[in-house]
Design a protein around this ligand. Structure first.
Ligand SMILES: [Zn+2]
Length: 212
């Protein structure tokens, strides 16, 4: 299995991790599987709790993203997750392995992307950018997945248009430390859902107009 990451998706992951260099961040990767290649078209994030060595994306984020994708962009689905390891290098911790197992249980071809943006954030040298894509095998072994940047013209354009529309998909809340968890009220969650549904109804219009 291989992975192909389209430019804006990679840019969003990079931007998210660089703008929170003092703590881990996480998000979902959205795309599709074409023969044996996992194509990452977009990266979407939402509420999470992070520390310098730990991050947990709220489960509601996945549920909301999956729902709106199904209703509005049925060709795309959640193909995995990303998270950062600022200054810790790129690897899969025991917790990461468990998380990845859960993703693979839901979607057998799910991939995990780990990024350490620390050196790159000061040098801006491509050679300092540390990124790894992984899967977990039956024996809980970590298997690296080869990945390239997606360059097919039509898909670059299409994924960029989708990615630009989902930049503010989920309203950003201030990141909270794991030891001071803030409870999100049901009302707030419904507000988020309304926002996303409205957002995607706009996207739907665009895509039905441009299909074929
Ligand atoms: Zn990790």
């Amino acid at each position: 299995m291989r992975a192909r990451i389209y430019p804006l998706a990679l840019g969003k992951i990079l931007h998210h991790s660089i703008s929170n260099i003092n703590q881990e961040v996480a998000g979902l990767m959205v795309g599709k599987v074409v023969s044996d290649v996992v194509e990452v078209w977009d990266a979407i994030t939402g509420s999470q709790q992070g520390t310098p060595g730990y991050v947990k994306l709220e489960e509601s984020v996945m549920a909301l993203v999956a729902e709106v994708l199904m209703e509005n962009l049925p060709d795309l689905y959640i193909v995995g997750w990303y998270h950062s390891h600022p200054g810790l290098n790129v690897f899969m911790s025991p917790i990461d392995v468990e998380t990845q197992k859960a993703y693979q249980a839901m979607f057998p071809k799910a991939i995990a992307l780990v990024i350490d943006p620390l050196e790159f954030s000061t040098s801006w040298k491509i050679s300092d950018l540390k990124i790894g894509v992984f899967r977990v095998d039956k024996n809980r072994g970590v298997v690296p997945v080869r990945f390239t940047l997606g360059l097919q013209r039509r898909k670059v354009l299409e994924s960029t248009l989708i990615g630009l529309q989902t930049i503010d998909l989920i309203p950003k809340k201030p990141d909270v430390q794991a030891d001071e968890l803030v409870k999100v009220s049901a009302a707030e969650k419904i507000e988020d859902a309304d926002y996303i549904v409205k957002f995607f109804s706009k996207a739907k219009k665009f895509f039905s107009k441009n299909k074929g």
